[in-house]
Design a protein around this ligand. Structure first.
Ligand code: MTE
Ligand code: MO
Length: 389
């Protein structure tokens, strides 16, 4: 039984499957900027490999000519400068259950809003290690197109080489999460952290990197994590016709709906911002864009999309990556937001939608982006008014 040494998980996680472990973060834990490590969603395709010694764990890098260079985790720590970045990981299946409910059945784990989380990751820069191993970052061989990652249990994925060597790409070989060694579920002792890309590319329990002219041949790169048109059925996808998901589209969700009495609003900053003096409803949630794009606005409707107001974006608490200024396309972490509306303006469902700095927006319904695998479900999140009553 390869699962017999899986770690014990926090009982607050919402379990979708046990073997392999797939568990999402409860809404109450999505309200802190940094997701508590033990409450961070777990998405495992297989078992957690039995790796217990960090220092001696070996990472093999296969260069384009086939030559191999090996680093232990101890070597990585000794040889390279350490960097920390705050980045959100979002599973391609986050909010899949909303697509299913609004549209048609989808194949996959029926995640709610909690297949997402934010952590501060510490490690060494992948580009520094690649350069040390012998890759010419300035002028790489033209045929080099992808970087394949292999996990110790068999999972694999790849990213385009440009993301890996971009000095502003901030791809890390991470050995710690929120200041502690990576927990076993999150990749101990070493994982790739590819900020801005779908979490499926951030391979855990990293054992090998291959510099290549082709994408990873794993099923998770070639036969999964792709989107097709609404007409394409599960039985006949032409997998090779669609690109593997890398950067993700703009997303947002409501994580809390609370009624607040007028007298409880006194002295509240939210009440001042929205000029509230009567019984109100306070909403909270997150917004996130892939590719390092910033969230520029979050719109809330208290009445199914007829009227709108702007949510207050909470402070951006992110460490901005390895080497650069915070004003470029390197928003690797979510923004949380809050909004309040008078209870009398509320009718039907609340909706939330976010806009990123390329003015990408979320579709209003799920029909146009329905895909049988339920990937990248990012239509407006609609929540009944009375949910928390
Ligand atoms: N890496 C390995 N080795 N095995 C896996 O099953 N799952 C991927 C990715 N990396 C996976 C993996 C997927 S689909 C997601 S969403 C993220 O890890 C989840 O990371 P987390 O469990 O740390 O939240
Ligand atoms: Mo995922």
């Amino acid at each position: 039984d390869p699962f017999k040494n899986d770690p014990i998980r926090d009982s607050a996680l919402i379990q979708h499957s046990e073997r392999p472990c797939n568990s999402e973060t409860p809404e109450s834990e999505l309200r802190s900027y940094i997701t508590p490590t033990e409450k961070f969603y777990v998405r495992n395709h297989l078992w957690v490999p039995d790796l217990h010694e960090a220092d001696s764990h070996r990472l093999t890098i296969e260069l384009f000519d086939g030559e191999e260079v090996v680093y232990t985790v101890a070597d990585l720590r000794k040889k390279f400068k350490e960097y920390s970045i705050t980045a959100t990981l979002q599973c391609s299946g986050n909010r899949r259950s909303h697509m299913t409910q609004a549209s048609r059945p989808t194949v996959g784990l029926q995640w709610g809003v909690g297949a997402i989380g934010t952590a501060t990751w510490t490690g060494v820069r992948l580009r520094d290690v690649l350069a040390d191993a012998g890759l010419d970052l300035q002028d790489p061989d033209e045929d080099i197109k992808h970087l394949k990652f292999v996990g110790a249990e068999a999972y694999g994925a790849s990213i385009p080489i440009d993301k890996a060597i971009d000095r502003h790409g901030d791809v890390l070989l991470a050995f710690s999460m929120n200041g502690q060694p990576l927990p076993r579920d999150h990749g101990f002792p070493l994982r790739v952290l590819v900020p801005g890309h779908v979490a499926a590319r951030s391979v855990k329990w990293l054992s090998k990197i291959v510099i290549s002219d082709e994408e990873s041949t794993s099923q998770w790169q070639r036969r999964d994590y792709k989107c097709f048109g609404p007409n394409v059925r599960a039985s006949h996808p032409d997998w090779d016709s669609a690109p593997a998901i890398q950067e993700t589209p703009v997303q947002s969700a409501i994580t809390s709906v609370r009624r607040v009495q007028a007298d409880q609003l006194l002295d509240s900053a939210l009440a001042r911002v929205y000029g509230l003096e009567e019984d109100s409803v306070v909403l909270e949630g997150y917004a996130f864009a892939g590719g390092g794009r910033h969230i520029v606005r979050v719109d809330i409707s208290p009445d199914r999309g007829h009227t709108w107001l702007q949510a207050q974006l909470q402070e951006d608490g992110a460490k901005m990556g390895a080497s650069g200024s915070p004003d470029d396309h390197r928003a690797w972490a979510w923004r949380q937001w809050r909004a309040a509306v008078p209870a009398t303006q509320v009718s039907g469902k609340f909706c939330v939608k976010a806009t990123d700095d390329s003015y990408n927006v979320q579709p209003d319904t799920f029909e146009p982006t329905y895909n049988f695998r339920g990937n990248l479900a990012n239509a407006w999140h609609r929540v009944p008014v009375s949910r928390d009553d």
